[in-house]
Design a protein around this ligand. Structure first.
Ligand code: HXC
Length: 260
């Protein structure tokens, strides 16, 4: 399938990749791009050959934000009645497979928010994160004020969102926004693929359950979250792969997952 604003590939068995590809606008996230992204992620989500998804941009930009030129003329009633930006959350509500964001260059505004919607965030040390919406007379609109605050804490998030200043990949990793920062673009892409392959080597049932349980921690109070985890844990004793995995350990063999 060919898209206008993104590229899709399966770089390794079990790994699907979406590459944002609107170089003329530093991957600014116009509405048609978001629709293509949702379509591609939806297809990977239902594909038997994919267990984990990589979302990346270019060396220069993961994404420089929502498309400012598209947004500029929007009125309140248009934004409200068309649920502007709502379709962005499909990534967090529809996709059950883990998504690794590989961020190099700019990840600003909606670009930073898109990266934060992913399940693991890797970046280069030189990456440039920020929520500069205040400079445009608005505020983050795709979860930035919530996810950035959960990731790095209130005072740091408040400072970034109120000043619009940006944050390097080094700081992002130090503050816990990113899981790891890599010294070069090549190292970023290589390690992202390696991590994706590692995950894709496990039982798909367990991978999806793990993502679901961890994400609950963002929404539920601790006691409910722990209970939720226990229920999902219990349910995994109904999978074939639980038997396969534990038997293989006892026999000192490599498990051959059925993904069932
Ligand atoms: C539309 C954009 C864009 C954007 C860059 N471009 N960012 N177009 N929307 N968000 C376009 C530029 O207009 C220019 O097009 C081309 O991409 C190259 O950008 P330059 O500015 O010439 O590049 P450079 O000098 O390298 O500066 C890079 C930059 C700067 C620092 C990232 O482009 C920038 O500040 N961009 C805006 C960042 C931003 O404010 N993001 C938040 C958006 S608000 P031409 O045609 O001139 O070559 C947002 C709201 C989220 O995301 C809320 C809901 C999701």
């Amino acid at each position: 399938r060919s898209y206008e604003y993104i590229l899709t590939s399966e770089p390794k068995p079990g790994v699907g990749q979406v590459t944002l590809n609107r170089p003329k606008a530093l991957n600014a996230l116009c509405t048609p791009l978001i629709h293509e992204l949702n379509q591609a992620l939806g297809e990977f989500n239902t594909s038997d050959s994919v267990s984990v998804i990589i979302l990346t941009g270019s060396e220069k930009a993961f994404a420089a934000g929502a498309d400012i030129k598209e947004m500029a003329p929007l009125t309140f009633s248009e934004a409200y009645t068309t649920s502007f930006i709502e379709s962005w959350s499909q990534l967090t509500t529809q996709i059950k497979k883990p998504i690794i964001a590989a961020v190099a260059g700019h990840a600003l505004g909606g670009g930073c928010e898109l990266a934060m919607m992913c399940d693991i965030l890797y970046c280069t040390e030189m990456a440039n994160f920020g929520q500069p919406e205040i400079k445009l007379g608005v505020i983050p609109g795709a979860g930035g004020s919530q996810r950035l605050t959960r990731a790095i804490g209130k005072s740091r998030a408040m400072e970034l969102i109120l000043t619009g200043r940006s944050l390097s990949g080094v700081d992002a990793a130090q503050w816990g926004l990113a899981a790891r920062a890599f010294p070069s673009y090549e190292a970023l892409m290589e390690s992202t693929l390696k991590t994706a392959e590692t995950i894709a080597g496990y039982s798909k049932v367990a991978i999806l359950a793990a993502k679901e349980a961890v994400n609950k921690s963002q929404d539920l109070p601790l006691r409910d979250g722990v209970e939720y985890e226990r229920r999902v844990f219990h349910s995994l004793f109904g999978s074939e792969d639980q038997k396969i995995g534990m038997k293989a350990f006892a026999e000192k063999k490599k498990p051959e997952w059925t993904h069932k």
